[in-house]
Design a protein around this ligand. Sequence first.
Ligand SMILES: CC(C)(COP(=O)(O)OP(=O)(O)OC[C@H]1O[C@@H](n2cnc3c(N)ncnc32)[C@H](O)[C@@H]1OP(=O)(O)O)[C@@H](O)C(=O)NCCC(=O)NCCS
Length: 178
Amino acid sequence: MGTVDSLMNPYLPLAQGAHAGLDIVVSEAGPADHDELYSAFAGIVTAGEGYPQAPGPLSVADFDDYWLDHKSLVAVARLAGRLVGSYYLKPNFAGRAAHIANAGYFVVPELRGRGIGEALVRHSFDEARRLGFDALQFNLVFESNPARRLYERLGFQAVGRVPEAVDGEDAIVYWRRL
Ligand SMILES: CC(C)(COP(=O)(O)OP(=O)(O)OC[C@H]1O[C@@H](n2cnc3c(N)ncnc32)[C@H](O)[C@@H]1OP(=O)(O)O)[C@@H](O)C(=O)NCCC(=O)NCCS
């Protein structure tokens, strides 16, 4: 298992500045972000929002494995210094299909609906292209997830449906060329 240190690539920082009309700063996650990132994502899991982990406490090891290890990039968004969201990028497949990226996103609940999620998705498009990916695929978007509207507005096509994927709810597979 890797550590957050392994994510500190020398070729960054990411582009920074105003996003979503809010003065958020998006940068690559580093060791100093770890504990806040863990707490924020553990809150998402506890609430059962958008991810398949069983709702409830999330161990640090499971967080590291799911959000940090083997990723091409992990980014964090901060507003006035506070961590308000994050995304990761990784290859969705091996070998000849590794040009297709996969990503996960979250925004802290109290700041949703203000465009931070859209800013993160758009940011991830640029970073994925920079990393050499030419498409982005989401494998497990719960049918009831309000994020589907965002993804469809940003050009994702529903390319599949996984019946009864999570607790009897279908999940949608989304794909978009970059
Ligand atoms: C998905 C997520 C990252 C979107 O973040 P966000 O900052 O709310 O995104 P935006 O403000 O750009 O809004 C995205 C859309 O969702 C709607 N929305 C989602 N959650 C909302 C909320 N709690 N309050 C208001 N609007 C919300 C917005 O109105 C907007 O709809 P529109 O595109 O039709 O205008 C965030 O809802 C989240 O962290 N969800 C839990 C984790 C999750 O499901 N991640 C994605 C897994 S596939």
